[in-house]
Structure formats: structure tokens, C-alpha cells
Design a binder for this molecule. Structure first.
Ligand code: NAI
Ligand code: HPV
Length: 528
């Protein structure tokens, strides 16, 4: 009986998430509001962790998460997940990059209007019975310039809404192409130009080393007097203290923050400042967005835990539903070839080259390369998988080359894995029989035809009559049954290789005896 994967939902999530997990064959616990120590104590029993922005998936949590395979973020930002450490531990991190974008864009627009017309203050004053009709003088947004910092999914929705409101949009985003700017109907600008021109500035970038403090004291000082600033992206993009001072001085006419450097923001120098409004990280909080992200994260995580499908992973190449069945046998072949090379190369290897030829060259190379690396490095540690293999390769300084040749060679499809060793470049190659069955077809320059599976024995010997009989006798005397027998040689009487699949593991003592058989140059036990 196979046990069901166990998932913990540790942040408040729409009930659709739990329902989907169950329908898709997972067990689910929903425990929200856990303190880090409490999460650390229980995380070891879960295969999947579904989160929003409250749970912090730190190195400490990951170290305790001995069974964890996937972290799923029901939302966009993953700055609360230590992705490098998750990758090193072989944990896939996935998000739902579109499910809450409209909702968040609408929140930015709502805050823009709230600032333009001082809606929160006017509401409080009116409900206090003050009827301060002359106190609240607003501004129109029509004809004004909106400065968009970050023109990705959310930024571009904000831009389209702003254009609908008859605003001009100036966008700063180093990755925005001129063509895309034209398509969006926005003016692409550098940051200084945006700061100078904008009547409203709205931020829609992730928090990175480049964007941290992008509205620094210095940059805020470059803004137009009377500017209004909206941040529905991440705390840390705006210098909160400088913002407070500029609001006090009147240079900034209004600011709306949905996100703070420290969350939950129980206190802030900005609280109580006139013309400052804020919401408690509500950008994604609509029924529609929460249903979207809950359904999507549960689908994606269950797909990974139950079927190995990968969608929207941030630390692993995605495998689409169409690609997955086609790629699966290639990944099995790639992993076997990587493992074979890993088991047969003794010295430390500075470079590995992965070459796809013919039909294989038409496929997504990233998962194939990740599978080769996983097989190659699993020899050193059995915790290596496709997620952490590329990361570990980089960490160990292993150069990885990916080469594609669309033209067919001797086989209609081929993967070749070569490593640079002290004695030169050594390579193995494999193909798929009937498009699904992995076969080794070349081993260090010698043509063979072998399945790489289970326990195997690899022998390099001098090609001479009677040799095969002697090996057969040795194994027979030790009651080791041979499953398949594959032979190859460079030339008659030259170096030959023998690849045997055996019904059980080969004892060390038999390996020693095999080394002593006349004509043997090398013997190695392999396992796949
Ligand atoms: N307040 C909330 O509840 C929510 C906040 N968010 C946050 O909104 C932000 C934007 O999300 P998406 O639009 O989905 O992301 P996205 O990845 O589609 O867009 C981000 C854009 O920022 C740009 N960018 C990167 N570095 C930049 C730089 N140095 N200067 C200017 N632009 C830069 C990128 O080129 C990209 O176009 C994220 O931080 C996300 O976490 C998302 C959903 C809800
Ligand atoms: O999706 C995002 O990036 C968000 O910031 C939304 O956060 P939340 O899921 O509402 O805690």
C-alpha cells in the first residue's frame, strides 16, 4: 500500500485548497498562526507546505523539514522562502504568478483614488459628525502622469486601468522592451525621468538587491512636489522614514502603503501622519484572487507530489502537461547516463557536457540537463535530485555545457554525456528504443547496446577467446545469476568491455576474484 503525501497548509487559505489536495490524493492538515518553533517541530512529517506571505520558510525550518519535497506559495512573492536553501535541499518552490494580479492592480488603483480624494480621512471625519466639506479638497487623476516602477504582470494591468482613466503612464523597468512599452501604451523612461514627471508613483517590482530602497531618500527628493506614492508590492522598496519626513514637509502630498518593511506592522513612524493611508497587506485579498491562488497552488503541488509534474517552479525547469510524457523517457535515459558516468569516473571532474542529437535536440534541454546532473552527483550523495543538482553543480564549480545538434547521427535521437577527466574527454551515449526504452549505445568510445538497470557489473578486458566463459563460470560458482550480457570492443584483440546485469548485488569478494581473472583490466559494480 502506498502512503498518501502529507501537506500542511500553514497560512489562511481558501477552503478550495484543502478540497483539491484531498481530491488529488493527498492528506491535508490546516494549522495557521504557528510560531517558527512550532512549525519546526511538526514540519518533519510533511511532504508539502502550502503558504501565503505569513509563514517564513527559513533555513532553520528547511533543516527540520526532512521529508519536504515542495513549498507552494498561494500568491506571487516568495521573499518569505529561502530559495537557495530550499534548492540545496532538493525542495521545489512554486508560486501562482497570475492568480492575484488583477486584484492587486485594482488595490493599487483603489489606493490611488483614496489618496486623490483623501477618502479614509473624509470617512472618519464624517462619521465623527464633523461634515468638513471644505477640508477635503482632492485632485483629479484624468490627465495626470502615473509613474510605474515595474511593468510586469501587475504593473501592466495597472497601466491599462490608468490609461482607461485617461492618465499618461511613464514606466521604469529595465526589462521592458521598447516594443512592449508601445504595446502597453506607456512611455518607457529612466528612473530619474519618471521621478521628475510623475504625479502619482506606483511600485510593482519584487524586492531584490536592485529594487531595495528604490525610492530612497535621495530619489524621493527628486520627485515632483505634490507627488502621491502607492506601494502594493513589497515593504523595503520605499524608505519609510524619509517618506514620513517628506509627508510632514508637504513635498509628498500623500502616500499609501499596503506593505511594510516589517510585517505585521504593529507600529510605524508613518502611523498617524496626515495624508498617509495604509492597509494590512490586502493587495491579494479578494474572494476571486484567493479562490484562484488556492485552487492553483493545490493543483500544482498535488501534481508534483502525486505525478512529478512541475508547474511554476522557481528553482526547477517546468514540465508542461504536453511536454511531460515526451520528456519522461528522456529524463530516465539522461539520469542513467549521468549515473553511469558518475560511477565510472573516479577523479574530480571539472566539466560535464550534455549533448542532444536528432529528436532529443528538439526538446526542452533544462530538465534533461538537470536529470543528467542528478544522476551524476547522486553517486556522491543520495539526497541529490533534479531540483538541487544544478545548484550543487554550480556550488562545486562543475562547468556544465549544453549542446544541441538537430541533425540526426546514427540514431534518430541521442543523448551524449561527456566529462573532462585527467586522461581526457570520456563520453557515454544513449538512445530510446521505440521512443520510450532507454538504451546505452556507446561506452567510452565502444559501441554497446545495454539497458542500465538494477545491479550491474562492468568489466574492461583484453579481447581474447575463453574470457567470457571464465567470467560466467566465476559468477555461476558464486551463485550469481546473469540477466543480460552485453559486449563491445574497440577492435578484434583490442580493449573490450563487458556489461552484465545481475539478479543481485555482487559481493566484494567476487569482485576481487573477477579482478584476478586473466585478461581483466578493471572491474566495477554498478547500480541503477
Ligand atoms: N500586496 C500584495 O498583496 C501583493 C503584492 N505582490 C507583489 O507585487 C510585485 C509585482 O508582482 P508581479 O507584477 O506579479 O511581478 P512580475 O515579475 O510580473 O513583475 C515585476 C516587474 O518588476 C521588474 N523589475 C525587476 N527589477 C526591477 C528594477 N530594478 N527596477 C524596475 N523594475 C524592475 C521586472 O522586470 C518585472 O517586469 C511582487 O513583489 C509581488 O510580490 C503581488 C501580489 C499581491
Ligand atoms: O502574492 C503576493 O505576492 C502577496 O504579497 C500576497 O500576499 P498574501 O497571500 O495576501 O499574504
Amino acid at each position: 500500500m502506498t502512503t498518501k503525501p502529507k501537506v500542511l497548509i500553514s497560512d489562511k487559505m481558501d477552503p478550495n485548497a484543502a478540497a483539491i489536495f484531498r481530491i488529488r490524493g493527498c492528506e491535508v492538515d490546516e494549522i495557521t498562526g504557528l510560531k517558527p518553533e512550532e512549525l519546526k517541530e511538526i514540519i518533519g512529517k510533511y511532504d508539502g507546505l502550502a503558504i501565503r506571505s505569513s509563514t517564513k520558510v527559513t533555513k532553520d525550518i528547511l533543516d527540520a523539514a526532512t521529508n519536504l519535497k515542495v513549498v507552494g506559495r498561494a500568491g506571487i512573492g516568495v521573499d518569505n522562502v529561502d530559495i537557495p536553501n530550499a534548492s540545496a535541499k532538493g525542495v521545489v518552490v512554486m508560486n501562482t504568478p497570475f492568480g492575484n494580479s488583477i486584484t492587486t492592480a485594482e488595490h493599487a488603483i483603489a489606493l490611488m483614488f483614496a489618496l486623490a480624494r483623501q477618502l479614509p480621512e473624509a470617512d472618519v471625519s464624517t462619521q465623527q459628525g464633523k461634515w468638513e466639506k471644505n477640508r477635503f479638497m482632492g485632485v483629479e487623476v484624468t490627465g495626470k502622469t502615473l509613474g510605474l516602477i515595474g511593468a510586469g504582470n501587475i504593473g501592466s494591468i495597472v497601466a491599462s486601468r490608468a490609461l482607461g482613466l485617461k492618465m499618461k503612464v511613464v514606466a521604469f523597468d529595465p526589462f521592458l522592451t521598447p516594443e512592449r512599452a508601445v504595446e502597453m501604451g506607456v512611455e518607457k523612461a529612466d528612473l530619474d525621468t519618471l521621478l521628475e514627471k510623475a504625479d502619482f508613483i506606483t511600485l510593482h517590482t519584487p524586492l531584490t538587491d536592485q529594487t531595495r530602497n528604490i525610492l530612497s531618500r535621495e530619489n524621493l527628493a527628486k520627485t515632483k512636489k505634490g507627488v502621491r506614492i502607492i506601494n502594493c508590492a513589497r515593504g523595503g522598496l520605499v524608505d519609510e522614514l524619509a517618506l514620513k519626513e517628506l509627508l510632514d514637509s508637504g513635498h509628498v502630498a500623500g502616500a499609501a502603503l499596503d506593505v511594510f518593511v516589517t510585517e505585521p506592522a504593529r507600529e510605524s513612524p508613518l502611523f498617524g501622519t496626515p495624508n498617509f493611508i495604509c492597509t494590512p497587506h490586502l493587495g491579494a485579498s479578494t474572494n476571486e484572487a484567493q479562490v484562484n491562488v488556492a485552487l492553483q497552488v493545490a493543483e500544482q503541488m498535488a501534481d508534483y507530489l502525486v505525478n512529478g509534474g512541475v508547474t511554476n517552479a522557481l528553482n526547477m525547469p517546468s514540465l508542461s502537461a504536453e511536454e511531460a510524457p515526451k520528456l519522461k523517457p528522456y529524463m530516465a535515459l539522461a539520469e542513467q547516463l549521468g549515473s553511469l558516468v558518475g560511477q565510472l569516473t573516479h577523479d574530480s571532474v571539472p566539466r560535464i557536457s550534455i549533448h542532444t542529437e536528432g529528436a532529443a535536440a528538439e526538446l526542452n534541454m533544462k530538465p534533461i540537463a538537470a536529470a543528467v546532473l542528478a544522476g551524476f552527483m547522486r553517486v556522491q550523495s543520495d539526497t541529490v535530485n533534479m531540483v538541487n543538482a544544478p545548484y550543487l553543480a554550480k556550488e562545486r564549480g562543475l562547468e556544465v555545457r549544453e549542446i544541441k545538434t538537430e541533425r540526426e547521427g546514427d540514431y534518430h535521437t541521442l543523448i551524449r554525456v561527456s566529462v573532462k577527466t585527467e586522461i581526457g574527454e570520456r563520453s557515454v551515449a544513449g538512445t530510446l528504443f521505440n521512443n520510450v526504452e532507454p538504451r546505452l549505445v556507446e561506452l567510452f568510445g565502444i559501441k554497446v547496446e545495454a539497458e542500465l538497470a538494477g545491479h550491474m557489473m562492468y568489466i574492461v578486458n583484453e579481447d581474447a577467446p575463453g574470457f567470457i566463459g571464465r567470467i560466467g563460470t566465476l559468477l555461476g560458482e558464486n551463485e550469481i545469476n546473469i540477466g543480460t550480457f552485453n559486449l563491445g570492443r574497440r577492435e578484434a584483440g583490442g580493449e573490450a568491455v563487458l556489461l552484465l546485469s545481475l539478479d543481485g548485488a555482487i559481493p566484494e569478494s567476487v569482485l576481487k576474484q573477477a579482478c584476478e581473472v586473466p585478461g581483466v583490466r578493471m572491474v566495477k559494480a554498478l547500480s541503477f
